[in-house]
Design a protein around this ligand. Structure first.
Ligand code: NAI
Length: 454
């Protein structure tokens, strides 16, 4: 539990919040935990119940037993489950028509009513369909997912996964495992795509990053430190990078995770070469880079000068592009290996736009554009590039916001609370998993379904 979450549950915090008429936010299930109740699997098609099988096969690989769904087909007596359920997984990969959407409603209604706290609703859909109605229906699923996310209570979340036709059950394992486990606690109402990557049909690995070298920039504190800890838990050898003034806390984080510290301003022109040399002297290659270092220099656009503009764009975007160019060059000793991973940090402020943050929004939306541009170019070397977009996360930065304003920000999402740095870190860990090969060029928001912006 983070300091601010502790504050909320402290007697003083409870008293202030009660006075302000605020309910205690639900405590979220986190970590490598599965739902407590049963996992219900529904395969729906085109009006006749019976559709795709990839959901069932992926759940088998995950070692999860499933139960049949209760179907709401009696208007007089709404059907219900006898007990709370842990998750509903709907395989809608064969769904192509409006009657098929009724099948979805009929399995969602009883499940939404019975879902346990921090339970999961997951819909699997095809990313590409032929025909106007099928394409429209595929998009309709996005509207359903976003709305179900907003209606679910007590920390339960909704996710829509678009699955390419060539994806195998093995390609889905890391993604479905992440979504069902507590690692995805603060990912809600989101949709992203899984492509075919011919992953072997292996179960989830508890330490998927064992022995792999991962560079984390901005690792001295906040989200970066949480990323270092979470990836080290999953077996990674961490190279923790931060500016020299943060050297002491950087060394503390690096020691704690058994990694190495590298004091470096990432805006230096030779930053990529310095990182590569650090890794090469240990006889290693980089498996993953997490471009986490970032700054804000907020002002309304009318007050934003070239200095504020340039510094934010350079730290948050320009430096990343320069480092990527060097580290992804196959000739660079100590560069990124084949099958490697790049993860950038965007922000919901960047994607949705935020008053007073034109420079920051430019840089963070730019990160989303960057990974989309890089992904196809890196595919032939099996390197993926993705971004996470955090919403309101409880860090030193957000702790400085005055109480009332902070309460408004942190509650402006479907889970009524701020996320923890570990929630961002867990999502990055999922994208770094070697089994997440089929996920590239994507942005996954870790924002509790932030109500602000698109
Ligand atoms: P933070 O300010 O607590 O930590 C950022 C770290 O990056 C610091 O240790 C800093 O020294 C380092 N850094 C800054 N400039 C650097 C440079 N030129 N070279 C090397 N290191 C440098 O920030 P926080 O909250 O942990 O954020 C981490 C990332 O997450 C940032 O990219 C931020 O934009 C992003 N983010 C944070 C959100 C939040 O609610 N805290 C929301 C959305 C995105």
């Amino acid at each position: 539990m983070g300091a601010l979450e502790k504050a909320f549950y402290s007697p003083a915090g409870k008293a202030i919040s009660a006075k302000a008429g605020l309910k205690e936010p639900p405590r979220l299930r986190r970590g490598r935990t599965w739902p407590q109740g049963s996992i219900v699997l529904a395969s729906i098609g085109d009006g006749g119940f019976g559709g795709g099988t990839i959901g069932a096969e992926a759940l088998t690989l995950l070692g999860r037993a499933t139960e049949s769904p209760v179907v709401d087909d009696q208007p007089e007596t709404p059907a219900g489950y006898g007990a709370r359920i842990g998750a509903l997984v709907v395989d809608a990969t064969e769904l192509i028509s409006i009657p098929g959407l009724e099948e979805l409603r009929a399995v969602l209604r009883p499940a939404v009513r019975a879902i346990e706290p921090s339970g999961r609703i997951v819909v699997l859909a095809r990313s590409e369909q032929d025909g106007w109605e099928a394409k429209a229906v595929t998009r309709a699923l996005d509207g359903i997912n976003r709305t179900v996310g907003k209606e679910l209570r007590k920390g339960a979340t909704a996710t829509l996964l678009y699955v390419d036709a060539d994806a195998s059950p093995g390609d889905l394992v890391s993604t479905l495992g992440f979504v069902l486990q507590g690692r995805s606690a603060f990912v809600d109402g989101q949709a992203w795509r899984v492509s075919g990557a011919s992953q072997p049909a292996d179960p989830l690995d508890e330490r998927p990053l064992a022995g792999r070298t991962i560079v984390v920039t901005g690792a001295a504190r906040g989200i970066g430190a949480a990323i270092a800890r979470t990836l080290a838990r999953d077996g990674a050898r961490i190279v923790a990078v931060d500016i020299p003034p943060a050297g002491e806390s950087l060394a503390a984080v690096a020691n704690e995770v058994g990694g190495t510290a590298l004091q470096l301003d990432i805006t230096a022109v030779d930053a990529g070469a310095i990182i590569a040399a650090h890794v090469a002297t240990r006889g290693e290659k980089i498996y993953g880079i997490v471009h986490n270092a970032g700054i804000t220099r907020d002002k309304m656009l009318v007050n934003t000068d070239a200095q504020r503009w340039g510094s934010v764009l350079d730290v948050n975007l320009g430096a990343q592009i320069r480092m990527n160019e060097v580290l992804l060059d196959p000739k660079t000793e100590g560069g990124v290996m084949e099958g490697g991973r790049i993860v950038g940090i965007a922000s919901t402020s960047g994607l949705a736009g935020n008053k007073g943050q034109t420079n920051y929004a430019a840089s963070k939306a730019g990160v989303a554009g960057l990974v989309a541009a890089m992904a196809p170019d890196l595919a032939s070397r099996s390197i993926t590039a993705n971004a996470v977009a955090p919403g309101f996360i409880e860090t030193d930065m957000t702790a400085r916001i005055p109480f009332v304003q902070r309460e408004i920000f942190r509650r402006s999402n479907s889970l009524s609370q701020g996320g923890q740095p570990e929630d961002v870190a867990e999502t990055i860990g999922y994208l770094l998993d070697p089994r997440s090969q089929g996920v590239s060029g994507q942005v996954v928001r870790v924002c509790g379904q932030n109500l602000v912006g698109a």
